[in-house]
Every structure is written in C-alpha cells, then in structure tokens.
Design a protein around this ligand. Structure first.
Ligand code: NAD
Ligand code: WQD
Length: 338
C-alpha cells in the first residue's frame, strides 16, 4: 500500500517524504509545483536512495486524482498542498479559498469515492487567532482568524470534522503546526521561498548570506520579555516525524483527531537573531521597526497531547535549527534554482 502526499515537493512535504521513504513506505507525490521545484524530489532521492512516484498536477483536478487512485494502492493521504502567504491571501482571498478549501473538498470527495479513508491535514496555530491562553492547548477556542489564509485552514478543519461525522469509516487527523524552521541535516533540501521572504528564519538567513541588507524586527513594544514577538519554532524534521507518528496511530482509526505540533518553548525575535549569530558565527544586522499588522505578541504550544497519545516530542534544539538553516542556505544561496 502507498501514501499519497499532496504538496510533497514543498518545504515540509519534501522533509516528510524523506522520513516516509526511510521507513520503506511507498510514496506517491502530487504537486502542481506552484511554489516548489521538482529538484526537491531529486534531492530526496539523493538522501534516501529511494524514489517517490511523482505526478505533476493539481488537487482541484479530479481526473488526475482518479488516475492516481486507480494506478496506485493508496491507503492514506498526507495533505500539504496549499497556498500559505498570509499577505497574499488578503489580496487574493478567492484564489486562496479556491485552492485551499475547494481543493481539499475535491480531494476528500475523490478519496471517499476511491475508498481511501485516512487523511492527515496540515493545519496551523493560526487557527487559534489571538490565543485565549498560553501555552495553547488543543481545547483553546479556534476560528478567530484574521486573514483568508488562516480562515481557509479553519474551514478545512471544520469540513474534515463534519466529514468524519457523516462517513463513520473516515479518519481525519489535523496537525496544527507552530513555526516550522530548519532543514534536513544533509543541506540538500530546505525552505526555498519565492522573492523576499515573509518568515523570520528565511529572512535572517538571506541577510546572513548577503542577499538582503538587514533584518527589520517588527515591533519592540510587545508585552513580552524583550518587547519582540515570541513564537514556538519547531525543526522541520521533528515536524515531519510527527506526521509518521500521527499516521501510525490513526490509520483507519475513524474519527476526528487534533494535535498541536510544537516544542512548547517560546523564543523572541531577538533570541532568534542571537541564536543564529552564535550557532553560525556570523553577524545578522537588524533594526527595530513598527509592528507588522496582524501579528500577535506571543504564541507557543502545549505539546502534551502529542506526547501522551502519539508518543511524539521534538528532539532538535534551537542550535540545531540554526545550524541546519544555515547549512542549507549557504550551500544553496539561490535555493533549488542553483
Ligand atoms: P510549500 O509552499 O513549500 O508547500 C506546499 C506545496 O503545495 C508546494 O509544493 C506547492 O507547489 C503545492 N501546491 C499548492 N497548491 C497546490 C494545488 N492546488 N495542487 C497541488 N499542489 C499544490 O509550503 P510548506 O511550508 O511546505 O507548507 C505545507 C503545508 O503546511 C501548507 O498547507 C501550509 O499552509 C501548512 N503550514 C505551513 C506552515 C509554515 O510556516 N511553513 C505553518 C503551518 C501550516
Ligand atoms: C515570526 C516572528 C514577526 C519576519 C506565520 C503565519 C502562520 C504560519 C507560520 C502558516 C513574528 C517577526 C518576521 C521579519 C520579524 N504559517 N518577524 N521580521 O507570523 O508567527 O506565522 O508563519 O501557517 O500562519 O502567520 O511567522 O516567521 O512571519 O514571524 O520581526 O522580517 O518574527 O513579527 O514575531 P508568524 P513569521
């Protein structure tokens, strides 16, 4: 039996495909390459010595989904495919809802027709909006999202929950990621954002490599210990392994299952700058600027449920995140473009 990984050429998807191939699972990837490159899958092959079967196509395309389910013995789907730029989602809400929400509906409809009854879905801590309490547990209220990207994640969660109620054989696992960073220790795969990065670590590493001049620290007057925003950064390989654990536990385990995937520790923006500098012995010039609209002060997880039920916890510390980020960036200054 094989696992279909949608969005498997992307950042988190490619790292998860590595871990899946390392456990000898048969993997089929569907990706439209709208935010990735097939080179990532060649690198995955280099790392694992194994090949994931690749279909270039869209989750909105029923024909390709039917073809994949007909040609392969798929027993579960890990669903990463989606658009993820918060700012762009405000400009292009319909595009985001069409891709992320309609795309997920089409995928689930075709799964049900093909009698594929397990899905693991990439959700986000963003569904908690401005969180009711810190650290955030899975029971915190959700839905107070502030942009179409976040709302699309919340909507897909609700759609999956309703699907598990209507189809008693269906197992849906929602993984709420905190802030994924880092790269595979080989330096062969990593995050390859298009244009100027929105996220903190890609921005820091592009300053370090000399592509950008200095980091703008968005806000130094938050109610946090140094005034800058605090987040729960998680190494992408730990995150990838979380998917394997989720699948191990909930394959064909009908119902709706939710987990936070984070470390449980919050670091500030200035902590991250200092850690990058210390781990890699390289300066990261920065300036303090105004807050970025829509940002919250503090967001970190209580990851206890994932430990208790899945037996999963993070193993890679901040130093490892920084070293692996830099190893990827310095060896691939232009990402997969060479
Ligand atoms: P990514 O952009 O690197 O990967 C997403 C992949 O999906 C890309 O390869 C893209 O080409 C593909 N894709 C997009 N729309 C598609 C479609 N309609 N059909 C087929 N393929 C499509 O992003 P990532 O960081 O690896 O994120 C993976 C998932 O995790 C996304 O759903 C994202 O929203 C979610 N997530 C990411 C973060 C983060 O900070 N990176 C945090 C929380 C949740
Ligand atoms: C982290 C911290 C910024 C860039 C976003 C999405 C979320 C999820 C992860 C997908 C904040 C500060 C950043 C910069 C800075 N994605 N910062 N200068 O905002 O926590 O979460 O990515 O689901 O939905 O909203 O991550 O990396 O953008 O920011 O000072 O150039 O770094 O203000 O405090 P964020 P981020």
């Amino acid at each position: 039996m094989a696992i279909l990984v949608t969005g498997g050429a992307g950042y988190i998807g490619s790292h998860t495909v590595v871990e899946l191939l390392n456990t000898n699972r048969d993997i089929v990837v569907l990706d439209n390459l709208s935010n990735s490159s097939e080179v990532s899958l060649e690198r995955v092959k280099k790392i694992t010595g194994k090949t994931a079967k690749f279909y270039q196509g869209d989750i909105l395309d029923r024909e390709i989904l039917r073809k994949i389910f007909a040609e392969n013995q798929i027993d579960s789907v890990i669903h990463f495919a989606g658009l993820k730029a918060v700012g762009e989602s405000v400009q292009k809400p319909l595009y985001y809802y069409q891709n992320n929400v309609t795309g997920s509906i089409v995928l689930v409809e075709e799964m049900l027709k093909a009698n594929v009854n397990t899905i693991v879905f990439s959700s986000s801590a963003t569904v908690y909006g401005d969180p009711a309490e810190i650290p955030i547990t899975e029971n915190c209220p959700v839905g107070g999202t502030t942009n179409p990207y976040g709302t699309s994640k919340y909507m897909v969660e609700r759609i999956l929950e309703d699907t598990t109620k209507a189809f008693p054989q269906f197992s849906a696992v929602v993984l709420r990621y905190f802030n994924p960073v880092g790269a595979h220790s080989s330096g062969l795969i990593g995050e390859d954002p298009n244009g100027i990065p929105n996220n903190l670590l890609p921005y820091i590493s592009q300053v370090a490599v000399g592509k950008l001049q200095q980091l703008s620290v968005f806000g130094s007057d938050y109610d946090t210990y140094d005034g800058t925003g605090v987040r729960d950064y998680i190494h992408v390989v730990d995150l990838a392994i979380g998917h394997l654990k989720a699948l191990e536990k909930h394959q064909d385990d009908a119902g709706f299952h939710i987990y936070n995937l984070g470390t449980g520790t919050g670091y500030s923006v200035l902590d991250m700058v200092k850690a990058f500098e210390q781990s890699n012995e390289i300066q990261v010039p920065y300036k303090l600027v105004d807050r970025r609209p829509g940002d919250i002060a503090t967001c970190y997880s209580n990851p206890k449920k994932a430990l208790e039920v899945l037996g999963w916890k993070t193993e890679r510390d901040l130093n490892q995140m920084m070293k692996d980020t830099w190893n990827w960036q310095k060896n691939n200054p232009n990402g997969y473009k060479g």
